[in-house]
Structures are given as C-alpha cells and as structure tokens.
Write a protein that binds this ligand. Structure first.
Ligand code: G6P
Ligand code: MG
Length: 211
C-alpha cells in the first residue's frame, strides 16, 4: 500500500518537454549546432547545465564558465517566452482525473523536477494547489539521475521512498527513482524503454490501479 505519488513535471504533468525542445532548437540554430530528437532524448530529465554540456559536445572547442552561463541564460529566456503562453488548458483531463482520484484515495502528492522553473510552470497552469510538496532544481545540488530531488520530495511529504511511487518520462528519472529506493512508473518519453521501470502506464489514470 503506497502513501504518496511523486510526479516529474516536464513531459508528465505538462508537455513543457516540447517547449524545452523548441528553446534548445532556437539556441542551437543560432549557433549552427546540429540538434534533433536524438540529442534531445539525452537531455530529458537532466539539469539545464548538464544539458548544455551535451549540446556543446558537437562544437570542437572549450567554452568558458561565463560563455556557458550566457548560453544557458539565452536558452532559458527562449523557454520562458514559450512558457508564458501556458495556462490551465494545457493540463490534460487525464492528469486532472488522476490527481483527483489519488487525492480521494488519501494519497499525498508531490512534484520532483530537475527544472528551476517548476514552481513557475505549476503556478501558470493552476496545478500548484494540487500538491502537498514541490522539490525542484533550485533545491538540490545533484540533478537526476541522482535521486536527490525525489528524496527531498519524500522528506517534505514525511514518507519513506518505499512508500512512494515516482512517475517519470525520462530514463534518467527512472534511474534516479530506483537508486533512491522508490517504485518507478514509466509514462511516455524514453522512460518506457528503461528496463529499470517497475510499471509502465499509457495514461496517468492507470496509476489508480497501482496504489
Ligand atoms: C526538466 C526537463 C529538462 C530540463 C530540466 C531543467 O527535467 O526534462 O529538459 O532541461 O528540467 O529545466 P530548467 O527549466 O531549469 O532549464
Ligand atoms: Mg520529464
């Protein structure tokens, strides 16, 4: 019997993964760096700076910390410009039904996201009041695939990892969940191909059968 469900944000609760993709595409386009879904798959779930290091692998020179900070800021500006268009209509009915159903069953709900923009996205989409706790990229020193953000979310809820499901669309997030001692549920993205996931769901309402 589980006591809590911890959700990844980007690509699980809201399709901001598409916006992250577009923002990286804009930056790499300006720099003349090749970028497509194959590279983007490697960015799912990981932090902004770790993502930038992967994007810059295609450039045969080193970048100073100042250059990297400027490029990361440019990508984030592009992302925020896109995210400004988000609203409650961007939350799928399946997400709403799942959160309501889990709440009715007495489950505690949290978000565990690598994003430093997680709270902003939750506010814009009206999802913030649905959660008892939010752990995000501003609160951890080690990004996914390290389990720190999920352990932080569990601690905020006052549950142990064994008492919680983690729902993820990224293979890095599934690894983080398993390494932290959580039960990992894959939902879309490259998570469904991760052999580490204990469950795979096609809709979030299927979570109601797992708790
Ligand atoms: C999430 C997304 C990643 C994103 C990361 C950092 O995990 O899946 O694509 O790079 O958060 O997001 P941020 O909003 O802090 O740049
Ligand atoms: Mg994700």
């Amino acid at each position: 019997m589980k006591k809590a469900v911890i959700f990844d944000l980007d690509g699980v609760l809201v399709h901001t993964d598409r916006l992250h993709y577009t923002a990286w595409k804009e930056l790499t386009g300006r720099l003349g760096i090749p970028f497509g879904q194959t590279v983007y798959r490697r960015l799912r779930g990981i932090s902004r700076m770790d993502s930038l290091d992967i994007v810059l692998e295609a450039v045969p020179r080193d970048f100073s910390p100042e250059e990297k900070a400027a490029l990361a800021a440019e990508k984030n500006e592009a992302y925020l410009a896109l995210a400004a268009g988000l609203g409650p209509r961007d939350v799928a009915e399946d997400v709403r039904r799942a959160l309501r159903g889990l709440r009715e069953r007495g489950l505690l709900l949290a978000v565990g996201s690598s994003s430093r923009n997680a709270k902003y996205i939750l506010e814009r989409t009206g999802l913030a009041p649905c959660f008892d706790a939010v752990a995000d990229g501003t609160m951890v020193t080690r990004a996914k695939p390290d389990p720190e953000v999920f352990l932080k979310a569990a601690a905020l809820l006052g549950v142990s990892p064994g008492q919680a499901l983690v729902v993820e669309d990224a293979a890095a997030g599934i690894k983080a969940a398993r390494d932290g001692g959580f039960t990992a549920v894959a939902f879309g993205g490259d998570a469904v191909e991760s052999l580490l996931a204990e469950h795979r769901v096609g809709t979030l309402t299927e979570l109601l059968d797992l708790v």
